[in-house]
Design a protein around this ligand. Structure first.
Ligand SMILES: NC(=O)c1ccc[n+]([C@@H]2O[C@H](COP(=O)([O-])OP(=O)(O)OC[C@H]3O[C@@H](n4cnc5c(N)ncnc54)[C@H](O)[C@@H]3O)[C@@H](O)[C@H]2O)c1
Length: 366
C-alpha cells in the first residue's frame, strides 16, 4: 500500500508519515518546505521537494510523481495555513489551497487513486457556533478566505465522488498542538507560549484570555489518519490491515454503529456495508466528514497558567488588545469519529502540555 502525503515535512503531516511508516505503509512525501522542515522528513519515506501551487508548476512535475509512483491513497496536508495571510492575500491562499488541491485531484482521477484524505478545519469552517461542542452537521459559514478555500475543497470532493467516483475522508481538526509545531507562527498558542516561557520572555495573551479552544494532541490527530486509512482500505487488502483492537472487537458484532453495518461476505471475511436507511450510511465508501478534537474547551488563560506551572517559569500575565475577528469559543463534538472510526483522543491537555514542553526543552538545549 503506497500513500502519498502532501505536507509530510510539516507539523501534522510529518507525524502522520511517521505513524504510517511505523505501521508498514510505503510513504511518498510532497512538500515545498515553505513552512515544513527537511529534518522532519522521515528517512524511510521518498521525498519530493515540490510545490503543488498551480502557478509555480512547470514541467508537469506533480504529474510525474503520480505517473512514477502510482500511489493508492493521497493524504493531503500541504496548505497555506495562516488565516491572517489568507485575509491579506486571498489569491495566494486560493492558488495553494484550491488550485493546488485541484492539481492533486485531477491527477488522482487520471492515475486511479483510491482514496483522498483531506485536512480541513473545524474552527475556520464553523466559525462562532450556535452549539458547543459543534458537530459535523453544524452550518458552515467561513469568515476568512482560508476557511472558504477549505470548504470549497470539501464541496469539490463531493463533485469528485459523484462524477469520478473518488472516495474521500475529510478531517475537520480543532486546534492541534504538540512537538514540531511552529512556535513562530501566528497560530499555535501552545508552541508560542512554551517557546517564550522557556526563553524567559512574557507571552502576550490577546484580549481577556477567556476565549476557548478545543486542543487536540498531535498523536491523536495522527491516529485518526491511521484509522481512516485502515478502515477505508479494509476491503481492498485484508492481509495488510492491522486493525486497532477496539475496531476488531466492534466489527465482530452485528451492528457497529448507526449507519454502518458489518456483515460476512461470501468468503466469510468481515466487511462493512452501507446502511441505506441512514444518511451516515454513505460515509465510509463515499464522503466522510469527521471532526477531530476533544469536545473540551480550554481557555487561553488556562493554557497560560498550566504552562507557567509546567515550565516553572516566573513569567507575567500580560494582555494585549484583542485580535480583530478572533473566535470567542470553539469546540468540536467528535462522537462521529468515535463511533465510526473507533477513534478517541487519548492524550488530555495536562499530559499533552507536559510532553510538548519536554520536546521544546530538548530543542532549545541543542
Ligand atoms: N495545526 C492545526 O491546528 C490545524 C487545524 C486545522 C487544519 N489544519 C490543516 O492541517 C494541515 C497541516 O497543517 P500544519 O499545522 O501541519 O501546518 P504546517 O505549515 O506545519 O504544514 C503544512 C505543510 O505544507 C507544506 N506546503 C505549504 N504550501 C505548499 C505547496 N504549495 N506545495 C507543497 N507543500 C506545501 C509546508 O512546507 C508544510 O510542510 C493544513 O492543511 C492545515 O490547514 C491544521
Amino acid at each position: 500500500m503506497k500513500v502519498l502525503v502532501t505536507g509530510g515535512a510539516g507539523f501534522i503531516g510529518s507525524h502522520i508519515v511517521d505513524l504510517y511508516i511505523k505501521n508498514g505503509y510505503e510513504v511518498i512525501i510532497i512538500d515545498d518546505l515553505s513552512t515544513g522542515k527537511a529534518e522532519y522528513v522521515n528517512p524511510k519515506a521518498k521525498f519530493y521537494k515540490l510545490d503543488i501551487n498551480e502557478l509555480n508548476l512547470n514541467d508537469n512535475k506533480l504529474e510525474d510523481v503520480f505517473k512514477d509512483e502510482k500511489p493508492d491513497v493521497i493524504n493531503h496536508h500541504a496548505a497555506q495555513i495562516s488565516v491572517s495571510e489568507s485575509v491579506k492575500d486571498p489569491v495566494f491562499d486560493a492558488n495553494v489551497n484550491i488550485l493546488g488541491t485541484l492539481n492533486l485531484l485531477e491527477n488522482c482521477v487520471k492515475y486511479n487513486v483510491k482514496k483522498f484524505i483531506f485536512a480541513s478545519t473545524g474552527g475556520a469552517i464553523y466559525e462562532e457556533t450556535e452549539k458547543i461542542p459543534a458537530d459535523e452537521n453544524h452550518p458552515t459559514r467561513p469568515l476568512s478566505p482560508y476557511g472558504v478555500s477549505k470548504l470549497a475543497i470539501e464541496n469539490y470532493l463531493y463533485f469528485y465522488k459523484k462524477v469520478h467516483n473518488l472516495d474521500s475522508i475529510i478531517f475537520r481538526y480543532s486546534n492541534v498542538y504538540g512537538p514540531r509545531q511552529d512556535p513562530y507562527g501566528e497560530a499555535g498558542v501552545v508552541a508560542i507560549f512554551i517557546n517564550k516561557m522557556l526563553k524567559g520572555e512574557n507571552p502576550i495573551i490577546y484580549g481577556d484570555g477567556n476565549q476557548t479552544r478545543d486542543f487536540v494532541y498531535i498523536s491523536d490527530a495522527a491516529q485518526s489518519n491511521l484509522l481512516a486509512l485502515k478502515i477505508s482500505l479494509e476491503n481492498e487488502n485484508k492481509s495488510n490491515i492491522n486493525l486497532k483492537d477496539e475496531f476488531k472487537n466492534k466489527i465482530k458484532g452485528d451492528v457497529v454503529s448507526k449507519g454502518r453495518i458489518e456483515s460476512k461476505n461470501k468468503k466469510g471475511n468481515n466487511r462493512i456495508e452501507k446502511d441505506k436507511n441512514t444518511n451516515n450510511g454513505t460515509i465510509i465508501n463515499d464522503i466522510a466528514i469527521f471532526n477531530i478534537g476533544t469536545g473540551i474547551e480550554t481557555s487561553v488563560n488556562e493554557i497560560f497558567c498550566k504552562l507557567k506551572k509546567i515550565t516553572k517559569t516566573n513569567v507575567k500575565e500580560i494582555h494585549g488588545p484583542p485580535k480583530l475577528g478572533e473566535l470567542r469559543r470553539s469546540c468540536l463534538n467528535c462522537n462521529k469519529a468515535k463511533k465510526i472510526l473507533c477513534w478517541e483522543p487519548e492524550v488530555y491537555i495536562d499530559q499533552g502540555l507536559k510532553l510538548t514542553v519536554n520536546y521544546f526543552k530538548k530543542q532549545l538545549s541543542h
